[in-house]
Design a protein around this ligand. Structure first.
Ligand code: CA
Ligand code: CA
Ligand code: CA
Length: 170
């Protein structure tokens, strides 16, 4: 009986001691990443959202680049594209997207009205928008945003007209 109590006491002590260490450890590292873990928590570095275990590509880079430099988010890590989605880790943190998940990335830049992306707003953009409106062509995500002049989430003929007005500087 006595032995059993001893085991319970030891186990309880272990749990009481280990849990704070884990929590403090996580909170401490969370504080070191640019968004303080606000966006993705433990999943910023770990595949398991509860933390621990296998790391994602950003977590692996953190381990290989940040930890040897005193656990710091150094420029080398900031300028790296850990998940290979075309955006640096810094760009991802600034856009609140995930630096270790290539499916999460900043929206591509666009100029409102420049539907074909040639940096000019012309009647060609209006015609393209009309084609989207008529369902003849399916726009890409950035084309959709560039064509949606009134920002209602739809592309209609009134967007095409607004583009024409902009092209003609009316
Ligand atoms: Ca990236
Ligand atoms: Ca990403
Ligand atoms: Ca254009």
């Amino acid at each position: 009986m006595k032995q059993r109590y001893l085991i319970y006491i030891v186990l309880t002590l272990c749990v009481l001691l280990i849990i704070p260490i884990i929590v403090i450890g996580r909170a401490f590292r969370m504080d070191l990443i640019p968004d303080k873990g606000r966006n993705f928590g433990c999943a910023t570095c770990h595949i398991n959202p509860a933390g621990g275990g296998a790391k994602n590509s950003f977590g692996i880079d953190w381990q290989n680049i940040a930890i040897p430099r005193g656990d710091r988010y150094v420029p080398e890590l900031a300028n790296r594209d850990s998940d290979g989605d075309g955006f640096t880790n810094d760009e991802e943190f600034n856009a609140n997207t995930h630096p270790g998940n290539s499916n999460s990335k900043p929206a591509p830049a666009f100029i409102l009205g420049d539907v074909n992306g040639d940096k000019n707003i012309t009647s060609a953009d209006a015609i393209l928008a009309l084609r989207f409106a008529a369902g003849i062509i399916i726009p890409t995500e950035s084309q959709k945003r560039a064509a949606d002049m009134n920002g209602d989430g739809q592309i209609r003929s009134n967007d095409a007209i607004a583009i024409l007005r902009k092209a003609a500087r009316l």
